[in-house]
Design a protein around this ligand. Structure first.
Ligand SMILES: NC(=O)c1ccc[n+]([C@@H]2O[C@H](COP(=O)([O-])OP(=O)(O)OC[C@H]3O[C@@H](n4cnc5c(N)ncnc54)[C@H](OP(=O)(O)O)[C@@H]3O)[C@@H](O)[C@H]2O)c1
Length: 276
């Protein structure tokens, strides 16, 4: 029996975590979302009535502290696994697609994108970790997972030749360091924390964006076929979460459990329909 909290659980991979985990009747699953009522409606449509939703915004540490208090009452004061999934992926596609030197003339939009990405993606996980830490300390598994991105891997980006997505990538690199430092803090207490890349996954991106990324990532992995589904990613991620130990705390790993951010042919993860 394990208690899971998923922060940023309204859709995409976060919602898939709610679905996959709640399929095991021995799990207690709580989702945190900015607008939980919408998610509760979706859960009810999907017949997932066991999952509880609580309001919380990764940009607002007070809301996360309040969420942790509410969760504590719901689950009896202990959480085994804290999964911090939510992220700001960029609202301004024009800015996202530009490389650093193409951003001349877009300074103010870039500043807005950068500040938002840093707030949600680097600071948000730190706030969420601190808010839920007393509950994780009281849990048995004592594992915290921050969902990061292969876009933060400098060698991988060099191989793929992807100079765009500056703000998002920098915020994910920043959170990897936050995770590494938090690990130093928490290791003596037996709490492990991991930065985990989910692979390229079909969620909120457009078909065009996935096709563009699939092509670009062939520079990293020539036999890369395309994105995986949320089911395939969460299944692979859960294997990594299950296997990672206190000795590995602070690391940045992929859904394959290593430093390969994408697989050659779907082995170990899969491939989404349309990309087989
Ligand atoms: N999909 C991929 O290929 C991919 C690749 C690498 C890494 N990732 C990472 O995987 C994680 C999930 O990505 P996804 O593709 O599932 O994203 P998504 O479909 O765009 O969903 C983003 C999620 O983050 C939540 N969120 C955003 N800002 C938040 C805030 N301030 N407080 C609380 N929740 C917030 C959103 O909630 P709202 O509904 O309230 O906006 C939504 O649930 C992210 O960390 C992302 O960076 C994804």
């Amino acid at each position: 029996m394990a208690t899971w909290v998923i922060v940023g659980a309204s859709r995409g991979l976060g919602y898939e975590y709610l679905k996959t985990l709640s399929a095991n009747p021995s799990n207690t699953v709580v989702g945190i979302a900015r607008t939980p009522a919408n998610v509760t409606k979706q859960l009810s449509t999907d017949g997932l009535t066991k999952v509880k939703m609580v309001q919380g915004d990764m940009d607002d540490y007070k809301s996360l502290n309040a969420a942790a208090e509410e969760v504590s009452k719901l689950v009896g004061g202990a959480v085994d696994y804290l999964i911090i999934n939510g992220a700001y992926g960029g609202n301004n596609e024009e800015i996202t697609m530009l490389s650093p030197t193409q951003l001349v003339g877009h300074e103010e939009q870039l500043r807005t994108e950068f500040n938002q990405a840093m707030s949600t993606n680097a600071l948000g996980p730190l706030f969420a970790t601190n808010a839920f830490l007393p509950l994780v300390r009281a849990g048995k598994a004592k594992k915290i997972v921050v969902i990061s991105s292969g876009m933060a891997d400098m060698d991988g980006m060099a191989m793929a030749g992807i100079a765009a997505s500056v703000a998002y990538s920098a915020s994910k690199a920043a959170v990897n360091l936050v995770v590494a430092k938090t690990a130093l803090d928490l290791k003596p207490d037996g709490i492990a924390i991991l930065a985990l890349s989910p692979g390229l996954v079909t969620t909120s991106g457009s078909d065009e964006a996935y096709k563009w990324m699939t092509q670009a990532f062939k520079g990293y992995e020539p036999n890369f076929k395309g994105p995986i589904t949320t089911e395939q990613s969460v299944k692979a991620q859960l294997k990594v979460i299950d296997n990672f130990t206190l000795e590995q705390t602070g690391q940045f790993l992929s859904h394959l459990g290593n430093k390969r951010w994408l697989s050659a042919n779907g082995e170990g993860d899969g491939v989404a329909p349309g990309f087989e």
